[in-house]
Design a protein around this ligand. Structure first.
Ligand SMILES: CC(=O)N[C@H](C=O)[C@@H](O)[C@H](O)[C@H](O)COP(=O)(O)O
Length: 238
């Protein structure tokens, strides 16, 4: 069975500390390796991880297919923006390299196709992270082995609360390569919805792997329900 076949109709768990939280205590490769091992025990068929150190630690801890990326910078084309970043991801042990395939400029002025060639040259596969149908179609022409909806909602304007199931549907209708649903999958209903929309696999991140994000999300929901600490105090409850 190929690496991609092993992900068919399965859940991939993205093990990454929160990028906007430099002091996230989960920012530790040994911790991420444990989180990945727990996710695999829970049924994840693959792991997605950022940076050579985390990728190497996770590679040593689990045997499932590993999607690696290398985030560089904080704005624009961040996910594995150059061939040099991609080569480090493969060398750290990733089977598949996730690469930004939006049309935003890359720090070295080269193209997605250049990175795809470098990844294939090292014997790994390329997952194109896109935000639109057109980017997905262009990425496949440029050599992508699979396409993920990872960047939908992150290239302009406010980030929407839920996943982009419509983009999954449109990509799956047009592409013959696997389409991975990724980005803000938080519930079983959303994951099931992505499979129904034609997803080959679904990637879930913070809702599984980040106690910091899960705690904030839970408390935001309590506040939205009008029962945050201030409201409860004002009611004189408890
Ligand atoms: C936009 C971007 O840079 N996404 C990144 C891609 O690798 C990660 O920061 C996310 O954790 C991952 O996509 C899954 O995240 P969630 O399931 O929590 O949305």
């Amino acid at each position: 069975m190929t690496v991609l076949d092993r992900l068919r109709h399965r859940l991939v768990v993205s093990c990454q500390p929160l990028p906007e939280q430099p002091d996230d205590p989960m920012r530790d490769s040994a911790v991420q390796a444990r989180v990945a091992a727990a996710a695999v025990l829970g049924g994840a068929a693959g792991i997605r991880a950022n940076g050579p150190a985390d990728i190497a630690a996770i590679r040593a801890a689990v045997e499932v297919p590993l999607i690696g990326l290398f985030k560089h910078g904080t704005a624009g084309c961040v996910i594995t923006p150059t061939a040099a970043h991609a080569e480090q991801v493969v060398d750290a042990g990733a089977d598949i390299v996730a690469v930004d395939a939006t049309d935003r400029p890359r720090p070295d002025g080269r193209t997605f196709a250049d990175t795809a060639r470098a990844v294939h040259g090292r014997g790994a596969l390329v997952l194109a992270d896109v935000s639109s149908l057109d980017e997905g179609l262009a990425a496949v022409d440029a050599g992508a082995d699979a396409v993920a909806t990872t960047l939908s909602g992150y290239t302009a304007g406010p980030v929407p609360p839920g996943p982009d199931l419509d983009l999954v549907t449109r990509l799956a209708a047009r592409l013959t390569v696997p389409v991975l649903a990724e980005g803000r999958y938080r519930t079983a209903a959303q994951v099931a919805g992505a499979f129904r929309a034609g997803a080959f696999a679904v990637v879930a991140g913070n809702a599984v792997t980040s106690p910091l994000w899960i705690t904030r999300h839970l408390l935001d929901g309590v506040a939205r329900a009008g029962m945050g600490p201030d409201t409860v105090d004002a009611r004189g409850a408890g």
